[in-house]
Design a protein around this ligand. Sequence first.
Ligand code: ADP
Ligand code: MG
Length: 253
Amino acid sequence: MTKAQGMAKTVLRMASVSKEYDGATPFQALKGLSFDVKEGEFVAIVGPSGSGKSTLLHLLGCLDMPTHGDIYLDGVDVSDLNDDALAEIRRDKIGFVFQAFNLAPTLNVSKNVELPLIIRGVDSGQRAQRVIELLGLVGLKDKAQSMPSQLSGGERQRVAIARSLANKPRILLADEPTGNLDSKSGKDVMDLFAKLWEQGITVVLITHEPQVAAYGSRVIHLKDGRIESDLPQKPMKSDAEKLKHKGDWKKGD
Ligand SMILES: Nc1ncnc2c1ncn2[C@@H]1O[C@H](COP(=O)(O)OP(=O)(O)O)[C@@H](O)[C@H]1O
Ligand SMILES: [Mg+2]
């Protein structure tokens, strides 16, 4: 995508990053990875089970630290930061979406989305407004008072996405976000990722499904903890964007 090229800023930089898990037999899950994620990219990370995808996403999200190498977020070397500073950076700059949704089961949809705003100390008037905005964005305004258990899997994931966006992150990280969904709900969730990306957010998403990776503007293949390939591609558009272009075409017809 053109907006990801040229002078686009680097949001995340991995410099010769390795990760070894201790244990009876130490295991090297990542072996010297280097790549940048530029503002406005949609990076799909694919690879077989055990290739190191989740390990990589945990490092990108500052949830874990590399054994060797450096990770820069917005130019800051995250290994220089203490736990409090890391927690702050995660809260303010990164949105996380997980395969298992990770919603609070005892809170309704509205409260789940509001939680990150409460933690950040946003006042209640602003919180209420932001929650409405976010639920509108993911198409779930009418479910504001529902409990997570009353929602379909696809709806739960859309709530989780709304929550991940609460603090206006620089980058959205998602680990197999369609892994627990049927194909129709999975497509709805990916359509939402495409829409958010078209609106300007940077996305790094892990998947082992080719039809999900098709939404990326760039695909990184991992194998045995190494990058096997890293290539740009023409991303799949959201349904809204496709319709827009269909309209353009009709006008010119
Ligand atoms: N906490 C851990 N301790 C030891 N080994 C781990 C741990 N987490 C992951 N691994 C191993 O590291 C490798 C990569 O795991 P992971 O990043 O979860 O791969 P993927 O997400 O691609 O399936 C696997 O072989 C896995 O067994
Ligand atoms: Mg994984």
